[in-house]
Design a protein around this ligand. Sequence first.
Ligand SMILES: [Zn+2]
Ligand SMILES: [Zn+2]
Length: 228
Amino acid sequence: MTGLAAEFDKVKTEVLVQYVVSEAELPQALDVLHKFAFHTIATAVLRNYYAVLPDAREEMACDLRVVAERQKTYLFALQTTHNQYLYLGADNDILYIGTYEQGISDVEILRFFGFKNAKHFKDSLPGAFEDLQTLQDDKNVTVCVACGTAEGELHILGCPVEQCPWCDGQFSRCNCRFDHLGVDQIDDIDLLERLEELLEQKGRVAFRKDQSPSFPTAGGDPGPMLPK
Ligand SMILES: [Zn+2]
Ligand SMILES: [Zn+2]
């Protein structure tokens, strides 16, 4: 990081806001900042917006909604006075995607959030911005202690808390994955991909808060499942 960028980082977001919005709008703009202060990633998105200003439009950020969320990575929709934008936000990492209307063309981002393609994403959006999900206070959200997945979502593959859909044991420890692949060990990426397919067909068990890493184990301990 250059000296100038480091200096810029120290500038408070409140100060950046003052450069962008009119004096009349300032109280409301600061209210929006404070409303999202509980959420680090949302706060970082607002800061990024005021610091970069997509299309150099000097407008107030009015609202932030969640379009999709997975493993603590958020797809945000930002409403400004006259425009709507999409942002990708994770810890200390904010990416401006484009306008809400354009949607998403990046295949990796689409896949990460479970969208088949750009059209599938667009079709899944509600008719009005106001119908998008509001941001929940993270303190009330239960996440998997091992992989950080939120309740109702799939664990990161290999997470020790994931329950095996075949035997109900601990998926990283039971023998089912070997039995279903017909191999003794999973030592290459093709096998891992085949396993993901089999799991998808069977239906993986999403995280529930009553699951814990101390699952009763079925089968022996065949060692780590991911290839080294
Ligand atoms: Zn997990
Ligand atoms: Zn099993």
